[in-house]
Structures are given as C-alpha cells and as structure tokens.
Design a protein around this ligand. Structure first.
Ligand code: ZN
Length: 131
C-alpha cells in the first residue's frame, strides 16, 4: 500500500516538474472559462457550455504540456498581439499603429497624411501605409 502511494506521489511530482505551468494565455483562458460558465448558468445554452468546456480543456492541455518552448512562443506572440491592441486603442484618435512585417516592431504614425512610406526604426524596412 505504501509503495502504491509513493508511485502516485512520484507520478504527480513528475507531472508538475515537466509541466509548463501558468502564463498570460492560461490566465485569460481561466477568466474566459469562468465568465462563460456564469453566462451558461444564466442562459442554460448548450453552445456556451461547450465553449466553456473547450476553454478548460485548452487550459489543462497548455498547463500540463511538456513542450515548454512551444508554449512560451505562443505566449510571446499572444503578448505581442495584446500590446498591439492596447496601443491601437490608446492612440486610436490621433495615430495609426501597426507592426513591422519584417521584425514585429510596433510603429505609430500620425493620422491624416495620406499614404506614406514608413521606415522601421528597428530594422529599417520600408512599407507603405495609409495614415
Ligand atoms: Zn522592422
């Protein structure tokens, strides 16, 4: 019996040691799962129940994934996207914000100057954008 308990302990110890753990995407998935569960409780919608379950399944998959590099690359891209959305929202009235297609640097140009050729300050790549 004691041997069996030790095997279970070792299993969970190894599982946690190999698992990727918590990051920004997993936090967002948990919040989305929680919010959609509450909406599902109110509306009793099957579709929202399935969506909520899907969020939890993806969360568990990512949390216990042993492919840490792949998960951290996903998280890096997610953080970049969130940063782009936040910057676009912040400067939505005065600037156009976009990502350099070559290096991913965020570039913002003032609105109302027509089509302009923009040089990336990071990689000096030139792109034409509508301002
Ligand atoms: Zn660039």
């Amino acid at each position: 019996m004691n041997n069996f308990i030790n095997k279970i302990k070792n299993f969970f110890r190894n599982l946690y040691a190999r698992s990727y753990g918590m990051d920004d995407i997993n936090r967002t998935l948990l919040v989305l799962a929680f919010v959609s569960s509450i909406i599902e409780l109110i509306t009793r919608s099957t579709i929202i129940y399935v969506i909520s379950t899907l969020f939890i399944v993806i969360f568990i998959f990512r949390y216990f994934s042993s492919k840490k590099f792949a998960r951290s690359e996903e998280n890096r891209k997610y953080r970049k996207l969130i940063k782009l959305i936040k910057t676009k929202w912040t400067y939505r009235k005065t600037h156009r914000v976009f990502m350099c297609k070559n290096c991913g640097q965020l570039i913002k140009i003032p609105k109302g100057h027509g089509n302009v050729i923009v040089t990336c300050p990071n990689c000096h790549n030139q792109e034409e954008h509508k301002s």
